[in-house]
Design a protein. Sequence first.
Length: 366
Amino acid sequence: MRVLLIGGGHTHVVALRHLARNPLAGLDIHLVSPDPTTSYSGLLPGHVAGHWPRNALEIPLEPLCKIAGATFHTTEVTHLDPVKRTATFADGRRFEFDHASLDIGAVAAIDAPESLRTLGVPVKPLGIFADRWSQFLADVQSQRLPPHAAVIGAGTAGIELALSMKYHLDSMKADRPVCVSLIERSDNVLPDGTDRLRKLLSKALNHAGVTIRTAVSVTHATHETLTLDSGAAVPSCFTALATGARPHAWLAKAGLTTHEGFVVVDATLRSVSHSEIFACGDTAHLGFDPRPKAGVYAVRQGPVLAEQIIRLLKGETLTTYRPQSDYLKLISLGRRRAVAEKWGLAFNLPGLWSLKRHIDLKFMEN
């Protein structure tokens, strides 16, 4: 049975780890990704804050494939035909499969003026973002640029980034004052969060000296300044776009049933319109039990996908994926502190950053 894993997302990484521990005869598995490594999202805030080096984020895909007995293809899929069960690679190859799985993540949803689209740095893909951040830090260190940065989007990811950026820039002790701004079009930061968590994170932002601007949008961007619809000018030489996610454009041409561009799957993680195709992580919309885009769901889907592949090979009935109704959210505060939320309760206790570090590094070690 030939299985094509499209994309090096968290679900596919975990599934390959699982399959490496359970080798099976008759399974011909392939992974296609344009990059030789994939970046782990859990460590990105710590990297931005300066706690982890760039290579700490990276999971090398080819060695993982070798361990799992899979073939790695360094290219990307440009077209998928679920009826003919073929995928077209960017290098022109046409690849036939019995089953395929999509875990290509998402890209930043940028509803912004063209100048911001051009100059802003989307948080996704993570690897490109990390590289651009490293270049900005080098420019600040050499005094080619002032330590002025901004984050567009004050959800959890945007808040983590703003705090991490401020911490790192402060620690560089540049000659010019550090300025980090957090810009949100809604009336409050964390617009979809609980009041208790919003209060904790707002306090952390104020304590760190991050400038919060809510109920505003960017109307124009230059290399040094963002102009808001309020008329205010915000200094920024590095503008992070943490504005939500949208699907890759080529998915719309695959003929799969989608919701807002994401592939709708059932409780087996299979496409509701084409049972030969699985979709996972940010690529999928859980039509049976919708959930927000979060890495924790992608990681938990990994063993399920591996089990589905094993059951297909054996001709057995597929298992069911049940997403957790809630999970522990650990949010970095830039410095070596974190807050947590679960069951609607938010906590700011010593040791939470160490717990987050343990969970993230354990994932990488495995």
